[in-house]
Design a protein. Sequence first.
Length: 198
Amino acid sequence: MEPAPTYSAFAGPRLVASGPLQELLTGIKAWHDRKERATLLVFDDQTGRAVDFDLRGTLAQVLARALPPHGAPRPGRPRLGVVGREVSLLPRHWEWLEQQPNGISAALRRLVDEARKHEPGRQRALAVRSAVNRFMTALAGDLPGFEEATRALFAGDVLRVERQVTAWPADVRTWVMQRVRQAAHLERADRGAPAEIC
């Protein structure tokens, strides 16, 4: 079972609240009600994407809008949660997919599942690094060492990232380095290397 998503909210470079959705919303609603002037950016910790929440009204109203009612249907097919998106392939790819049993969608799902089983740590590490990159672009894009930190991030060089972010605000640096180390740990697990984190 997938762990519950977590979020981090930043007012400028300062971490205001973080945690699962209900905990996060409680924190940022209190921040909002104090009439703080800084711009608030909330990030999905798993994807690094900025997300918005409607903070008008009471905390109960904010939670009711953001949290789906227990047992509420989700988008897509009822049991699978399937989401439709466009896929662009060459004709030879479409021809191969059309010959697969159970249809094109089932074949694509099988291919994705197989790819995720092969080097799952590496796949997850790439997802973590992509999330870090999105976060850094939003909050640290104009900070010194950003470009070199980005190169080091995708090279998997934990120490070089750490050197580049030393002068960054503490909360931003902490968010980045926790996930950079997590990505390195995931990759090492695939290679059967010791689990200690750099």
